[in-house]
Design a protein around this ligand. Structure first.
Ligand code: SF4
Length: 480
């Protein structure tokens, strides 16, 4: 399992907020993704988009409701096509399967196309330890591998790096000095990677979709590296979660309209690669062996929970990250595990343990923007609330997030809001108490806890001179 740092969310967020360079990068890039998504939807027409979202959601629901049937169908079809299917309960088992394939065939150089599940498994260090060189071939992933970091975003793993950062990295790690622009950097990476691509004996990929009726793995990429990884090495190993299953090629058409538009605002990506087993006698290229590793690693727990199950509908487009006001400020690394952003705040606590990720369900304003942009209409805010309830009500003290102080505050708040007289008195007292704290019309700092945490990174508007209920009463009086 990849290193879990979800416990450090608060500390990592404070660090990210204080990082001026990161804040400027996030400010510049986040809107671009969502702008492209909106334009693509306008072009398709919002009405058609809604129809597609409903269809996509219905297909995912149907597939997960009949997962045993579709898994068996996929198994049969891949096997009939000449491939081998392996099931792994957790990251360790998945690593062992991949390791065994590499060891028994004497494989030494593995080229990888982007795979989030391989991040879950920490596959690269494992392969290195056993003497297999793993090389990431997606440009963003390659940058991250050179920097020895983890992905910052589901679809743009190196988006937190500036041109200058990458230029310096390439100079240090691959001895390509003075690269000035992105074309030069991409060219340098291509030179290094091409040699690896043609010499690799093992290809490792993830999967965007698994089509059960044909036993086909579908990869959606923009760089063509996925096609290289699936066609050149003699052994291909594809590692994926079982939630990538869809019933038929006809269903794939729906997701191919949804995924590129939601992710990058494209009608379709540059490459859509289908792999249906090893090379046949009349094929010009393709692997001699094809292994499909289907990994659970906590997905069964999500599947069994009726409240969280729909998180498995996710097609990893990243749209919820691009719209999330929390992700916009803290970025991807603060979340501390493989999946950042709103969907990460739901799946990580279940996959790594709620007691290790207590802060993640609270990393949301519950504004609902993630649900609105999600191509599968996944109701993330509802699931975050569910996890918050679990944390508040848990009898396990290592899981419980809510302190006695917070519980008392919630009780006091309920009492206050159900008594107009008490509310009015508190408002008057609050107006008096806030006077020494006001600076240019805002409360910039409250010196005593727990309120001091509110003003650590934001200003607070003062209590209004005239409360809403008074304005409302006066308006009603005038209209009578
Ligand atoms: S939850 Fe929805 S918006 Fe977020 S990555 Fe998954 S499919 Fe995309």
């Amino acid at each position: 399992m990849a290193e879990v740092k979800t416990q450090e969310f608060q500390r990592a967020s404070v660090k990210a907020l204080a990082d001026a360079k990161l804040q400027s990068l996030l400010g510049r890039s986040m809107g671009t993704f969502d702008g492209a998504r909106q334009e693509a939807i306008e072009e398709l027409t919002p009405q058609r988009w809604e129809e597609m979202r409903e269809k996509g959601r219905a297909i995912k629901r149907h597939t997960l409701d009949n997962l045993d049937y579709y898994l068996e169908l996929l198994y049969d079809r891949v096997t009939q096509n000449g491939g081998q299917v392996h099931f792994a309960r957790d990251a360790q088992e998945a690593r062992n399967i991949v390791g065994q394939i590499a060891r028994s065939r004497g494989l030494k150089l593995a080229i990888k196309s982007k795979s989030m599940v391989s991040e879950e498994m920490s596959l690269n260090p494992y392969l290195e330890e056993m003497g297999v060189e793993p090389v990431e071939t997606d440009l963003g992933e390659y940058i991250i591998q050179l920097a020895q970091e983890t992905p910052f975003h589901i679809i743009a793993p190196a988006m937190h790096k500036t041109k200058e950062d990458v230029s310096q990295l390439f100079e240090e790690k691959i001895q390509r000095p003075n690269l000035k622009n992105i074309e030069e950097m991409a060219g340098a990476a291509r030179e290094v990677l091409r040699e690896k691509l043609v010499n690799a004996d093992m290809g490792i990929t993830g999967a965007n979709f698994l089509v059960a009726e044909t036993g086909t793995l579908v990869l959606v990429t923009n760089e063509g590296n996925g096609r290289f990884c699936t066609s050149v090495p003699r052994v291909l190993v594809s590692i994926t979660g079982m939630e990538k299953l869809i019933p038929s090629l006809e269903d794939l058409g729906v997701f191919m309209r949804l995924l590129p538009r939601a992710a990058t605002g494209q009608r379709i990506t540059s490459y859509v690669t289908h792999v249906s087993g090893p090379r046949r006698s009349d094929d010009e290229d393709g692997p001699e062996e094809f292994h499909l590793v289907i990994v659970d690693n906590g997905r069964s727990r999500l599947l069994q929970d009726p409240d969280l199950r729909e998180s498995l509908y996710c097609i990893r487009c990243g749209a919820c990250l691009n719209i999330c006001p929390v992700y916009h400020k803290v970025g991807g690394h603060a979340y501390g595990w493989v999946y950042p952003g709103p969907i990460g705040a739901v799946v990580s606590p279940v996959m790594v343990g709620l007691n290790k990720a207590k802060d993640l369900p609270h990393a949301s304003s519950l504004c609902g923007a993630c649900r609105d942009v999600c191509p599968i209409k996944i109701n993330i805010p509802r699931m975050l609330l569910k996890l918050r309830t679990q944390l508040a009500e848990s009898s396990d003290s290592t899981q419980r997030k809510v302190s006695i102080g917070e519980k008392l505050m919630a009780k006091g708040y309920r009492r206050l809001m159900s008594s107009p007289k008490l509310l009015s008195l508190t408002h008057r007292l609050g107006r008096l108490a806030q006077r020494p704290l006001l600076r240019k019309g805002l409360i910039r700092t409250i010196p005593f806890p727990p309120f001091s945490r509110w003003t650590r990174s934001r200003d607070l508007p003062p209590l209004a001179s005239k409360p809403f209920r008074q304005i409302w009463a006066e308006k009603l009086g005038k209209e009578r």
